[in-house]
Design a protein around this ligand. Structure first.
Ligand code: BTN
Length: 235
């Protein structure tokens, strides 16, 4: 499967770039940047990253069949990020549903999917690679590949392998294989969580991920299948 790559030394946000130019670009166009001046995170948060130390990219999806899978594209992408990190022999890699990648109890990668269905979808991925110091006051503790491995790695090599693996995964759509990986690396499994669902608050224990990648939460005697939302982990 073909893909295209663009790289910027500096840009506002790779997600914003693709959202503004999607009409001119083809399916599987990847845009990466050394620095983003207005990096975006989920839920209107910002995503900050030291210049040149990390991997930040977005890719465009316009393929009609793939767009039909939009609810799970970012989860499949998280699976590919987690898998590639494991090739560096990093221990304790997991996925915090829906699409954060963790090492131990710290976040190493965040993913933001945006777009205008059914026209296009943009998936943005930020991975902490060689950054060693993180700002105070982050919502959750962060880590990086280099902090875990105690050595820097080549950001471009990681990028090329990951682009290739994401394109392969989304072209072949072997959903069962990705689901199996997700289930065996489910950070939230067994944890007590709080979730807002249909404007109601539920507290329960995470029981797994169903065949549609929804998070299953056992709350009293009900098994909820949650397809979106912020999950708060309770102590
Ligand atoms: C999150 O965990 O809140 C999602 C973070 C997503 C960050 C990436 S970095 C590349 C792409 N461009 C952006 O502006 N955001 C995403």
């Amino acid at each position: 499967m073909n893909y295209h790559e663009l790289h910027f030394d500096e840009i506002d946000s790779t997600n914003t770039y693709l959202k503004n130019t999607y009409k001119l670009l083809g399916n599987f166009t990847f845009v990466s940047a050394d620095y983003q001046s207005s990096g975006k995170g989920r839920n209107d948060r910002t995503w900050t990253s030291e210049k040149g130390e990390n991997l930040m990219f977005s890719f465009l999806i316009k393929d009609e069949e793939l767009i039909k899978q939009s609810p799970i594209i970012s989860l499949l992408s998280a699976v590919e990020v987690a898998k590639v990190l494991e090739t560096y022999k990093i221990k304790g890699v997991s996925i915090k549903w829906p699409n954060d990648v963790f090492i131990g109890d710290k976040k190493v990668c965040g993913i933001l999917a945006e777009g205008q269905l059914p026209n296009f979808m943009v998936v943005g991925v930020g991975i902490n690679v060689n950054q060693k110091v993180f700002p105070d006051g982050l919502r959750r503790p962060a880590t990086s590949v280099s902090l875990e491995l105690k050595k820097d790695i080549n950001v471009n090599e990681l990028k090329e392998v990951l682009f290739h693996n994401i394109v392969n995964s989304l072209s072949n759509l072997d959903i069962n294989k990705s689901l199996e990986y997700f289930r065996s690396h489910n950070y939230l499994l067994g944890k007590r969580v709080k979730v807002m669902f249909d404007n109601q608050e539920f507290i329960g224990e995470v029981a797994g991920v169903d065949d549609s990648f929804c998070l299953q939460i056992k709350s009293n005697s009900i098994l909820l299948h949650v397809d979106s939302g912020e999950i708060e982990i309770l102590k």
